[in-house]
Write a protein that binds this ligand. Structure first.
Ligand code: PAY
Ligand code: ZN
Length: 285
């Protein structure tokens, strides 16, 4: 049996199952402590990247229940702002109708549905890596923050931005740890620190099962992608410790990662986060 309750990481779950589990956490762990530097965790902005909400919920659970001393130290040294499913309508749609849907689900009024919620943020919006065709997977919307999901999350982030020093987004797939920016190959001021911390982090990730990642800025190691959430957070508030994970795998299963890989992916990712924040702290973050 599952001592931690009905929720598990043996399969991918529907939105309501995730929400019910989140509600139960609040009931079971009402003791909330605030006052530490904040870390914001974004999951599930792209609907089909199911490993992202699965890994983010796993990490949340470990932050609450793990008795590993390094995880406990990390859990208690920071205030965590964790959002496992940024794109709930899209996520449900991948369960009911189209497993490979990426975008939101709002009618564009031009025959197709949805905007790419990782092209819709108001920082160098639509400057590159987008298509103005509303049927495209990388349609940025007809204006920045046209989507309820990005607009409301941006308002929430604005309300807590003075409390966070780190923003970590989880996507799949490719096994990369990405540093801003996506809109241009311009490097952030602390690129060298982020690159070094990132290398410690992916090295820790590889220790458990040998999974290999690469670190670099988005434009250099994948492609131009403007209007992403991490670019907005970094560009608007200068949050210093910002990364985007592209989780497993490298394309064998791609978005359809077997559920048997949820727990291994989550464990190695948690290892990498522990190393990331230990190394960040050593550098004064
Ligand atoms: O901020 O993560 C970023 C930009 C890069 C991602 C994006 O296009 O939004 C990369 C892709 C993603 O996770 O959405 C990579 C995957 C494999 C894809 O769909 O192209
Ligand atoms: Zn994605």
């Amino acid at each position: 049996g599952n001592v931690r309750g009905a929720f598990d990481w043996l399969g991918y779950h529907r939105l309501n199952t995730i929400y019910n589990w989140l509600d139960s956490l609040v009931t079971q762990h009402p003791e909330i402590v605030e006052g530490n530097p904040g870390i914001f965790i974004e999951g599930g902005i792209h609907a089909r990247e199911w490993i992202s909400p699965a890994v983010v919920t796993y990490i949340l659970n470990e932050l609450i229940l793990s008795d590993d001393s390094r995880v406990r130290y990390m859990a208690e040294s920071y205030d965590w702002y964790i959002f496992p499913v940024f794109n709930p309508d899209g996520y449900e749609y991948t369960h009911t109708t189209n497993r490979l849907w990426r975008k939101t689900r709002r009618p564009t009024g031009r025959g197709c549905y949805g905007a790419d919620p990782n092209r819709n943020w108001n920082f160098h919006w639509a400057e590159g890596g987008v298509s103005r065709n509303p049927c495209s997977e990388i349609y940025p919307g007809d204006r920045p923050f046209s989507e309820t999901e990005t607009r409301t999350m941006s308002q929430y982030i604005d309300s807590i931005q003075t409390k966070i020093f780190s923003y970590i987004a989880f996507h799949s797939y490719s096994q990369l740890l990405l540093i801003p920016y996506g809109y241009s190959n311009k490097r952030v001021s602390n690129y060298d620190d982020l690159f070094q911390i990132g290398n410690y982090s992916i090295n820790a990730l590889s220790q458990r099962y040998g999974t290999r990642y690469k670190v670099g800025n988005i434009v250099d190691i994948i492609y131009v992608a403007s209007g992403g959430s991490m670019d907005w957070v970094r560009g608007t508030y200068n949050i210093p410790v910002t990364y985007t994970y592209e989780l497993r795998d490298k394309g064998r299963y791609g978005f359809i990662l077997p559920a048997s890989q949820i727990i291994p992916t989550a464990k190695e990712t948690l290892d990498s986060l522990v190393a990331m924040f230990e190394q960040a702290a050593k550098r004064g973050y």
